[in-house]
Design a protein around this ligand. Structure first.
Ligand code: ATP
Length: 137
């Protein structure tokens, strides 16, 4: 069994009184999820998450490292992948999808993200983060 690790975040903002999350559609596979990517040499998990969010969406964030949750799955039969997710408050709101990797980006109201997210483990992650995001305003 091979092992893969990525880091990312649930990126959120308050917009017209509602909490919204930044969702991305992967060009490869077409699934809706959160910005994330592979750890590069010498990076901390938080540094990876900030860099990947910037590269995939162009958005700058502030990470809350006290929320750290792992979503695990098998992208291929013999590969186990752990994705470390933090919560991140957006400092900028305008996005530019990274060419080739990201086919679409959307700000989605917290109460509607379950309709768009492809995977149940991502939906469970949002449930864990919900109260912390609400309490942060
Ligand atoms: P990264 O963004 O970490 O560079 P990647 O672009 O290589 O990752 P993934 O998003 O991990 O790819 O997707 C690889 C495969 O795993 C795809 O087939 C995808 O559908 C599947 N997959 C992605 N996220 C999940 C998940 N949360 N649960 C189960 N399967 C998933």
């Amino acid at each position: 069994m091979n092992y893969e690790k990525s880091c990312g975040a649930i990126v959120f903002r308050k917009f017209h009184g509602n909490i919204e999350l930044l969702l991305i559609k992967h060009a490869n596979g077409g699934h809706w999820s959160f910005p994330k990517g592979h750890v590069e040499a010498g990076e901390t998990e938080v540094e990876t998450a900030i860099r990947e969010i910037r590269e995939e969406t162009g958005i700058e964030v502030m990470i809350d490292p006290t929320f750290r949750e792992i979503v695990s799955y098998y992208p291929k039969r013999d590969i186990k992948k752990d994705v470390i997710y933090f919560i991140a408050k957006a400092k900028t709101y305008d996005y530019t999808p990274q060419e080739e990797e990201i086919s679409q980006i959307k700000w989605v109201e917290l109460d509607r993200v379950h309709q768009l997210l492809t995977y149940d483990n991502d939906k469970q992650l949002v449930n864990k983060a919900r109260q912390i995001m609400k309490d942060s305003f």
